[in-house]
Design a protein around this ligand. Structure first.
Ligand code: FMN
Length: 245
């Protein structure tokens, strides 16, 4: 955990990374080939290394490969080909209610003999103030109001101070884990299709998703089949979406 990051990746790593990113496509048809559990586990390990807000890791992953559950889950994914043909479906869930327990875990399992003072203070004092929105979101309303006053004179955090903002908060970090997961699958030679086209009521029920969980994507994963790509990859012109100031 504490190993220093290398300053400069070798050129060969850059090309390997480019190759992984460029060869990832959303695949809508998979072969029957299973993905070994060890590969899925490794990809999940890499997914969990995604950067995330306050290191509170507000995500859960539900790996579905048993036909008894996969079939109704694919049905709940509106019967999309990607879901129907994939040997594995992974529901990626953003959690708004795990931050307290995860704060405790960070302190209990800190990977050094001593938890630094600043870390202890953050997770025991600051995080509870910042992330607790209180009953009916009332603490959030108060925090927003206090922020508006204090913010007249200095920069202050103004977010995430409502239950809705907490959903966005959790979804941001969880989406980064989803991307790591897709790239990890690609690096292992497998493919994926992220899907938000699903019936969330049915999915929540099938997977028994906790109340604080939002399934942000269901990932279909497997080996890409012939004609698994439906069309060429298109992106907007960079000048439309990038501004340098
Ligand atoms: C949040 C999200 C939801 C998506 N939902 C679906 C989906 O339900 N069905 C599907 O076939 N593709 C889905 N996609 C895949 C996109 O259509 C795809 O990423 C986009 O067209 C770009 O193509 P590419 O991934 O091959 O580069 C989704 C992608 C994301 C990131």
């Amino acid at each position: 955990m504490t190993q220093p990051a290398k300053q400069q990746p070798a050129d060969s790593q850059l090309e390997a990374f480019r190759d992984i990113v460029r060869s990832r496509r959303s695949i809508r048809r998979f072969t029957d080939e299973a993905i070994p559990d060890a590969v899925v586990e490794d990809c999940l390990d890499l997914a969990m290394l995604a950067p995330n807000s306050s290191n509170l890791q507000p995500w859960s992953f539900y790996v579905v490969k048993s036909p008894e559950l996969k079939e109704p889950l694919a049905h709940a994914c509106l019967g999309q080909n990607a879901a129907r043909t994939a040997p594995v479906l992974i529901a990626i869930v953003a959690r708004t209610g795990t931050w307290r327990e995860h704060s405790r875990q960070v302190l209990d399992n800190w990977p050094e003999p001593e938890v630094p003072k600043i870390v202890r203070s953050y997770y025991s004092k600051i995080a509870p103030i910042h992330y607790n929105q209180g009953p009916l979101g009332l603490y959030g309303v108060a925090k927003r109001a206090m922020g508006m006053v204090a913010g007249l004179r200095r920069p202050v955090p103004r977010w995430p101070y409502s239950p809705a903002a907490m959903k966005v908060w959790a979804a941001k970090s969880t989406a980064l884990a989803a991307e790591n997961l897709m790239l990890a699958l690609r690096a292992h030679g497998y493919d994926s299709c992220p899907m938000e086209g699903f019936d969330s009521c049915r999915v929540n029920k099938l997977l028994n998703i906790p109340k604080d969980g939002e399934v942000i994507m269901i990932l279909a994963a497997g080996r890409r089949a012939e004609k698994g790509i439906y069309g060429p990859q298109y992106r907007l012109d960079k000048s439309k979406v990038v501004t340098w100031r």
